[in-house]
Design a protein around this ligand. Structure first.
Ligand SMILES: [Zn+2]
Length: 316
């Protein structure tokens, strides 16, 4: 079987480090990269060096999703290195200007809709701020659900959307090993993040609903071990999935109880759910809040009035 090495790379975010994996089979493949920062670059070079390799030896880089802690160092690889990921990564990692404009517009639209005050909105779309740690690179090839790669015949691509709509994992049926990116982390729950609609789409995705589907699927798969994007390996997958789903339901119930008191905007719920965290982690906490609202709405437990500038959520 292919040999897999884990390299832990420092990143300038609350998670502190990201795991990238070197797969040594017939060719050398790296899964994820770290951020476009000097610390991450040095750590990646040093980690590869200890194994006897240089960056230029990597023939293929697979990204589990577009977030900059996973794709930020793509520019460090030569033109001949193949960059592989889900097709939805392309506008993010290439920083497609039309897509960035859509993202900007999406943010401008949700500011009033979710009742976000100007004092917070003035910092601009959160993704813009992470561009400092990003690369600008295109995919060489795209992979989707069920695909196998010639140079990695042991693995199958599994689409695992939710944390990001671009998210994939690599699954090795032979022994149940999964290289999981941020699909399921052991020490923290993986936030489903809001994303703008893609080209040709009119509505945004419902990331929490997609993430729950991904979790349920992982819980039913014969996975022996997940090598995650952050933290230690995950082995008790179905137990952890059950725990995550239970916690999410409890949080949705909390939101429903708030709405039974009085109708609120998404932002009002956000600050009540995360009274201190929302100032520091606005994108995460707002995404989490809107996720719970999408969940309650999907389950027909709440109503949403969009006839007013600041959308109001009501308990049924
Ligand atoms: Zn991550």
């Amino acid at each position: 079987m292919d040999t897999i090495y884990r390299l832990e790379i420092p990143v300038p975010f609350a998670v502190e480090t990201v795991n990238v994996f070197l797969i040594k089979g017939d060719t050398l493949t790296l899964v994820d990269t770290g951020t476009n920062t000097a610390e991450a670059r040095l750590a990646l070079q040093a980690g590869l060096g200890e194994l006897g390799y240089r960056l230029s030896d990597i023939e293929t880089v697979i990204i589990t999703h577009h977030h900059v802690d996973h794709s930020g160092l793509l520019n460090d690889f030569s033109e001949t290195t193949a960059i592989i990921g889900h097709p939805r990564n392309e506008p993010w990692i290439s920083q497609n200007p039309d897509f960035l404009a859509c993202y900007e517009q999406f943010f401008q639209d949700i500011v009033p809709q979710f009742g976000i005050p100007e004092v917070i909105a003035k910092y601009g779309p959160p993704m813009k701020r992470t561009l400092a740690y990003a690369s600008k690179r295109s995919l060489s090839a795209a992979v989707q659900e069920g695909d196998r790669l010639d140079f990695l015949p042991e693995f199958t691509v599994i689409e695992t959307p939710g944390h990001a709509s671009t998210h994939i994992a690599l699954f090795r049926e032979q022994d149940g090993l999964m290289i999981g990116g941020d699909a399921l982390l052991g020490h923290i729950s993986s936030n489903p993040l809001l994303e703008p609609p893609y080209f040709g789409e009119t509505e945004r995705k419902k990331p929490l609903l997609e993430y729950n589907d991904t979790l349920r699927r992982l819980g039913e798969m014969p996975i022996s071990r997940i090598l995650p994007g952050h933290g230690s390996d995950v082995t008790q997958v179905s137990e952890l999935v059950a725990e995550r789903l239970k916690k999410q339901k409890a949080r949705a119930q909390k939101v429903l109880n708030m709405l039974k008191e009085k109708p609120m905007t998404a932002f009002e719920i956000c600050i009540q759910l995360f009274p201190t965290l929302y100032t520091k982690q606005f994108a995460l906490t707002l995404s989490e809040t809107v996720g719970q609202l999408d969940f309650l709405k999907y389950n027909q437990q709440i109503l949403l009035d969009t006839s007013v500038a600041e959308w109001m959520y009501y308990a049924k």
